[in-house]
Write a protein that binds this ligand. Structure first.
Ligand code: XMP
Length: 326
């Protein structure tokens, strides 16, 4: 990460015109820095790495090699969107790695949250390193570092460093959005033509659904979580809550209770809804979801998702509850 200081004179990028000027400037800078060499980028599909990918594709086209590692803990449709947007629409040089089986095998039986995090983070580094070694002539590493990552040394990304890269990867860095705040990244992303859903994606932790599939992860509970989460997001989109709520998701604990379905006893997991508002993720308040919306979500999840027989609502602010359950 560069230790750069944002110049006092740098105006906030708030309009498409300012974004275009920034893009033109960065395209020229990247071309000057990189020349005819190749650049490697870990593309998660989050807005920061996506904006870097789009910018570099514009600047150097196929000299950029994007690696997307699907750890199997992505939300529904996320890896598919990366392939669609970058692989197809932007015609990027994209390496897609489906590491789902590898991750689930490593995580089998592991219930301690910190150990789970370590496994997920270390494996990412290993896979990325393996891929980098297969490639020839890579001289630069691009990163979606943004300004808050640099100034907030105790920030979310700094202490949750899953997705960090191999320390011994000795390559020069290309960090074209290192001076931007998040709102500016979004304006620039839209000017680059990235889809709205990608640009305004709610924060999603590096270890993904791994921190929401509580205890030891199993394929069936992970699948139930992914489907229930997709329903929650779909319903929040429909009723306008998606635009309003900072972060919302489902967590599924490793417990079962008794229920009935089609007149027979049906043991299932509870899906816990968490929807919070915050500005800095250090404290958070609870969004008051209207009851009709909650009833509808409950109805859909319990009828459409295999393995879930109850829906619960988490009313705990932070503190004392953290945002994630882990
Ligand atoms: P907690 O659970 O500590 O979460 O209240 C605060 C915020 O941090 C997000 N989070 C992460 N973000 N990588 C990230 O980039 C991570 O490993 C990670 N873990 C938690 C969490 O979703 C919430 O927004």
């Amino acid at each position: 990460m560069q230790s750069v200081v944002r110049p006092e004179s740098m105006a906030r990028i708030t309009t498409p015109e300012l974004a275009n000027a920034f893009i033109e400037d960065q395209v020229a800078k990247v071309r000057a820095q990189v020349g005819d060499k190749k650049v490697l980028l870990a593309l998660s599909g989050g807005v920061d790495s996506s904006v870097v990918a789009a910018l570099l594709i514009k600047a150097i086209g196929k000299q950029l090699v994007c690696v997307h590692v699907n750890h199997g803990l992505m939300r529904k449709g996320e890896s598919e969107q990366v392939i669609e947007v970058f692989g197809k629409e932007l015609d990027a040089n994209l390496i897609y790695i489906d590491a789902t089986d590898r991750y689930l095998e490593l995580l089998k039986g592991v219930s301690d949250p910190e150990t789970k995090r370590k496994i997920i983070g270390n494996e990412f580094i290993k896979i990325f390193d393996e891929e980098a070694k297969k490639l020839e002539g890579i001289e630069f590493l691009a990163q979606g570092t943004i300004y808050p990552d640099i100034i907030e040394s105790k920030g979310v990304k700094a202490h949750h460093n899953v997705g960090g890269l191999p320390e011994d990867m000795k390559m020069d860095l290309v960090e074209p959005v290192a001076l931007l705040f998040k709102d500016e990244v979004r304006v620039v992303s839209e000017a680059l033509g990235l889809p709205h859903a990608m640009v305004y994606r709610q924060p999603f932790p590096g270890p993904g659904l791994g921190v929401r599939c509580l205890g030891a992860i199993t394929r069936d509970r992970l699948e139930a979580l992914r489907e229930a989460d997709a329903i929650l997001r779909e319903e929040f989109d429909k009723c306008g809550l998606a635009e309003k709520v900072w972060q919302y998701f489902i967590a599924i604990p490793d417990i079962k209770s008794v229920g009935v379905r089609n007149d027979v006893r049906y043991e299932g997991w509870p899906a816990i809804i968490r929807a919070v508002n915050t500005t800095d993720a250090m404290t958070a308040t609870i969004e008051e979801i209207p009851y009709p919306v909650l009833h509808h979500i409950t109805d859909r999840i319990t009828h459409e998702v295999e393995g879930i027989n109850r829906v619960l609502l988490d009313l705990t602010p932070k503190p004392i509850g953290t945002i994630e359950w882990e």
